[in-house]
Design a binder for this molecule. Structure first.
Ligand SMILES: *Cc1c(COP(=O)(O)O)cnc(C)c1O
Length: 733
C-alpha cells in the first residue's frame, strides 16, 4: 500500500520535514512542534483553528522561503525534528523496556469514534475523546497499538440554536484534503482495500491512515465510486440514520475492520473493542478461525483469549440491540460461514433477560472477550449488577468484570501556560518524562500568586474566546442581537465562574440548577459575590427531551433576571472544551447517580487546577478526597425525591462553602483556601487520572496477557456466560 503524496503543495528543501510534522498529530501535544507550526503564520494558524495542513496550503510561498533562511527558525526546526524522531522510535519507551520479550506484537483498538483534534470531526463526545487520548498515551508509552475506526465524511453535526433556543443540526463541513489523512491504496492503485457483502450487495471499503505519534489509525470509508449510491452514504454520519444504517456501520467497522487489517498485512495479538459498536470484530475473527478448520468451541476460546471489551454506559439507550429481521437482511448468510443457523447466531448476542429474537452487542462482546471492564470503580459495580444474569448462581463480586478508570491525556489537555509554570517545579519539558505518584505532591511548591495569575489569565482567554466566537457568528450566521446576549459577551473576569459542559441528556441534569429560579437568581446576582455560569453541549439529534433542557438553559441565558450571568456557548467540541476546562474557576457535574459511567471532563479541569463540584458518580466517587473540590452527598432515593435532595445539597454547598471560599481573600487579594484546593485538584488528577496511568493499566491487566494468549481455565465463572455458545456449537453443521 502506498500512501498518496502531495498533501502539502510546496516546502523549501531546508524545512521540507515540516510535512512530516504536519501529518502526524504528535505536534498537537509537543510544545515545541506546536510553536514551530504556529510561527509559520500565526494569523492563518488562528484562522484555521490550529490546522497545520490547512495553513500550509494557504501560506504565502515567500514566507516559507524566508523561514527556510531564518537561522533561529532553522535551529528550532532541527530540535523538533530530533524530538520527533525520538518520540516515534518504537524501540524506546515504557513498553519496550518493560516487556522486551513481546517485541512489536500488535494491539488493535476498535472504536466507532475518535476525538483527536477539532479539525477531524469524527467524534460526538466522551467516548471519542477517550479513544483519542488512549491512542496518544499509547504512543507516549510506545505501546504497539493501532486504531481502527470509521471516517465520517460529514462528521458529527454542527450545532445551531434558533431564536426559540431549539437546537438545529447541520452537517459538519469536512474536507479530507486539509486533514492529516492519507488514503491507502491497493497494489493496483485502487482505493478499495477490501470488499464486504452487506444487504445483498458487495460494498467496497477504502481506508485512510492518520498518524497519532507512534500510533497509526486506520479509518474506513465506503464513499467510493464503485459502490451503490446508498452504500456510499454508509460512512457519512456518525450516529446518523436509523437502526439499519447503524447496523451496517457497525458491520463495516467490525467485519470490514478486521479484513482491512488483513489486507494491510497486520496480525494483531490482542483485540480491544472500545464499546459495543465494535463487537463484530470478534465475530469476524470467529469466522476466520472456523474457516481455518477450527471447531466452533476452540474458535470461541481462542477469540476470547485475545479479546478485550470495555463497556461505557449504564444507560440502556447506550447499548445497541438489533432485531432478527435486520440482522437477517444486513448480515445475510454470514451465519452459515460460522456453521450456525440464524437462531444460534442470535444466541451469541442473547441478553439474559430480554426477548430472544435480537442481537445485543454488549452481551455478545462480554461472551467473546476474556477481559471485560467498566470505566471507573463504581461503574464496575454497576456493570456487574447489570450483567449478573450472564453468570447465574455467582456472587456479584466474583464476576469477571474489572474496572479501569478512564484518564485524560495531560499533554493535550493541560494549558501551555500551566505547563510553563510547572517547568519551575519539574524542569523544562518535564512532560516528556512526567511525574509519577508522590512526585505530583511537589505542586504544593508552586507560588500561590503565580498560580493565581496564570489561572486568571486563562480565564480572560476563555472570555475573549466567547466574545470572538460570538463575533464570528454575528458576522456569518446570526441575524438577531438576542443571540449575542447569552453567548458570553456579558461575562466579566472577576465573578466566580462555573463551567458545565456536557451532552444534554436528561440524566446529566443541567436543569437541576433551575428548580428554584429565585434561589439561582440570588446566587448569580449577589452584588458583592456574584457567580456566573457557562454552559456548552449538544443534545443528540434524536433526543427531544435533551433538547428541551438545552432550551431551558438557552432561554435563561437571555433572561434579564439573571443579569447576563449565564452564557451558553454553541457547538461544544474539543476546541471549546480546551478553553472551558482551562478557564473556568469551578467545574460542575450533576449526573443522577449512578448513570454517569466516568465523566472525563472534570479530570481535564482538575489537571488545569480547576476543582470540581459533583454528585458522587463516575470518577468522582473515587477521586473526591475532601480537599480537591466538593461532593453532593449520596442520597438513597430516585426520581423527583432524588432531584429535590440533590438540588438542596447543591445550593447549600454553593452558598455556604463554594462562594465563601472563592471570595475570602488575603491582603494580596488571593483566595488562600481556594488556591489550596486548586493544587489538590491537580495533584489528585496527576496521580490517578491521566491517560498514561489508564493505558498502563490496560496494558498490564489485559493487553500483555492477551498478547501472551494465556489460556482460559484460570478464571472460573465464565462458563455460564458462554453456555449458550456451547449449546449453539452443538448445532454446528
Ligand atoms: C471530555 C469531553 C467530553 C466528555 O466529558 P464528560 O465529562 O464525560 O461529559 C465530551 N465532549 C468533549 C468535546 C470533551 O472534550
Amino acid at each position: 500500500m502506498t500512501p498518496e503524496s502531495g498533501k502539502i503543495p510546496y516546502l523549501p528543501e531546508p524545512i521540507a520535514g515540516i510535512e512530516r510534522i504536519a501529518l502526524n498529530l504528535w505536534w498537537r501535544w509537543d510544545r515545541r512542534a506546536r510553536l514551530l507550526l504556529r510561527n509559520i503564520d500565526p494569523t492563518i494558524w488562528s484562522a484555521t483553528r490550529h490546522n497545520p495542513v490547512a495553513m500550509l496550503r494557504k501560506v504565502d510561498p515567500n514566507r516559507l522561503a524566508h523561514l527556510s533562511r531564518d537561522k533561529e527558525y532553522l535551529a528550532d526546526y532541527r530540535v523538533v525534528v530530533e524530538e520527533m524522531d525520538k518520540a516515534l522510535d518504537p524501540t524506546r519507551g515504557w513498553y519496550p523496556e518493560r516487556f522486551p520479550e513481546l517485541g512489536d506484537a500488535t494491539v488493535a483498538y476498535f472504536c466507532a469514534e475518535f476525538g483527536l483534534h477539532n479539525s477531524i470531526p469524527i467524534y460526538s463526545g466522551g467516548l471519542g475523546i477517550l479513544a483519542g487520548d488512549h491512542c496518544k498515551s499509547a504512543s507516549d508509552l510506545a505501546v504497539p497499538l493501532i486504531g481502527v475506526g470509521l471516517l465520517y465524511s460529514k462528521g458529527y453535526f454542527d450545532q445551531q440554536v434558533d431564536l426559540e433556543g431549539w437546537q438545529g443540526d447541520s452537517d459538519e463541513v469536512f474536507d479530507p484534503r486539509i486533514m492529516p489523512l492519507v488514503r491507502l491504496r491497493g497494489p493496483d492503485d485502487s482505493p478499495t482495500i477490501t470488499v464486504l457483502e452487506t444487504g445483498g450487495r458487495p460494498v467496497h471499503i477504502g481506508a485512510w491512515q492518520l498518524n497519532v505519534g507512534r500510533v497509526k489509525l486506520y479509518l474506513l470509508d465506503t464513499n467510493l465510486p464503485e459502490n451503490d449510491p446508498a452504500d456510499r452514504e454508509l460512512t457519512y454520519q456518525l450516529y446518523g440514520g436509523g437502526q439499519e444504517y447503524r447496523l451496517k456501520q457497525e458491520w463495516i467497522l467490525g467485519v470490514g475492520g478486521v479484513r482491512v487489517l488483513r489486507a494491510l498485512g497486520i496480525a494483531p495479538g490482542a483485540w480491544h473493542a472500545n464499546e459495543g459498536h465494535a463487537t463484530f470484530m470478534m465475530v469476524e475473527r470467529l469466522r476466520e478461525h472456523i474457516a481455518d478448520g477450527m471447531s466452533f468451541e476452540d474458535a470461541v476460546t481462542t477469540v476470547r483469549a485475545h479479546s478485550i471489551f470495555t463497556t461505557h454506559t449504564p444507560v440502556p439507550a447506550g447499548h445497541d440491540i438489533f432485531y432478527k429481521d435486520l440482522i437477517e437482511s444486513v448480515c445475510d448468510g454470514y451465519h452459515d460461514e460460522l456453521g450456525l443457523d440464524m437462531d444460534s447466531f442470535l444466541a451469541l448476542g442473547r441478553h439474559p433477560d430480554m426477548n430472544h429474537g435480537s442481537f445485543h452487542m454488549t452481551a455478545a462482546a462480554i461472551r467473546l472477550a476474556r477481559y471485560v471492564n467498566g470505566v471507573a470503580k463504581l461503574h464496575r459495580e454497576v456493570t456487574r449488577d447489570l450483567w449478573a444474569g450472564l453468570w447465574p448462581g455467582h456472587e456479584q463480586d466474583e464476576l469477571p468484570i474489572e474496572g479501569v478508570t478512564n484518564g485524560v491525556h495531560a499533554g493535550s489537555w493541560l494549558s501551555h501556560f500551566l505547563m510553563m509554570l510547572l517547568d519551575e517545579v519539574y524542569g523544562e519539558f518535564w512532560e516528556n518524562d512526567p511525574p509519577e505518584g508522590d512526585a505530583w505532591d511537589r505542586l504544593l511548591e508552586l507560588d500561590d500568586q503565580r498560580l493565581w495569575e496564570t489561572h486568571s489569565m486563562l480565564k480572560r482567554v476563555l472570555l475573549d474566546f466567547c466574545r470572538e466566537q460570538a463575533r464570528q457568528r454575528w458576522k456569518t450566521s446570526w441575524k438577531d442581537t438576542v443571540h449575542l446576549v447569552g453567548a458570553g459577551t456579558m461575562l466579566g473576569p472577576e465573578p466566580l465562574t462555573i463551567g458545565f459542559a456536557r451532552r444534554f441528556a436528561t440524566y446529566k441534569r443541567a436543569s437541576l440548577l433551575f428548580r428554584d429560579e429565585g434561589r439561582l437568581r440570588r446566587l448569580l446576582t449577589d452584588p458583592h459575590r456574584p457567580v456566573q455560569l457557562i454552559f456548552a453541549g449538544k443534545a443528540h439529534p434524536a433526543d427531544d427531551a435533551g433538547k428541551a433542557v438545552l432550551q431551558r438553559v438557552w432561554k435563561a441565558s437571555r433572561e434579564a433576571q439573571f443579569e447576563g450571568r449565564i452564557a451558553f456557548v454553541e457547538d461544544y467540541d474539543v476546541h471549546v472544551a480546551h478553553r472551558l476546562v482551562q478557564g473556568v474557576d469551578l467545574w460542575m457535574n450533576l449526573p443522577r447517580v449512578p448513570m454517569e459511567a466516568c465523566g472525563t471532563s472534570g479530570m481535564k479541569a482538575a489537571l488545569n487546577f480547576v476543582p470540581q463540584l459533583s454528585t458522587l458518580d463516575g470518577w468522582w466517587a473515587e477521586g473526591f478526597n475532601g480537599e480537591n473540590g466538593w461532593a453532593i452527598p449520596k442520597h438513597d432515593g430516585d426520581g423527583e425525591d432524588l432531584d429535590a435532595a440533590d438540588h438542596e445539597a447543591l445550593f447549600t454547598l454553593l452558598e455556604r462553602e463554594v462562594v465563601p471560599a472563592y471570595y475570602t481573600r488575603d491582603e494580596r487579594n488571593l483566595p488562600p483556601a481556594w488556591i489550596a484546593m486548586m493544587k489538590q485538584a491537580a495533584i489528585v488528577a496527576g496521580k490517578a487520572f491521566t491517560a498514561g496511568r489508564m493505558v498502563k493499566d490496560y496494558t498490564e491487566k489485559f493487553y500483555v496477557p492477551a498478547l501472551r494468549g494465556i489460556a482460559e481455565g484460570d478464571d472460573p465463572p465464565t462458563d455460564e456466560a458462554i453456555a449458550s455458545l456451547r449449546k449453539a456449537s452443538a448445532k454446528q453443521v
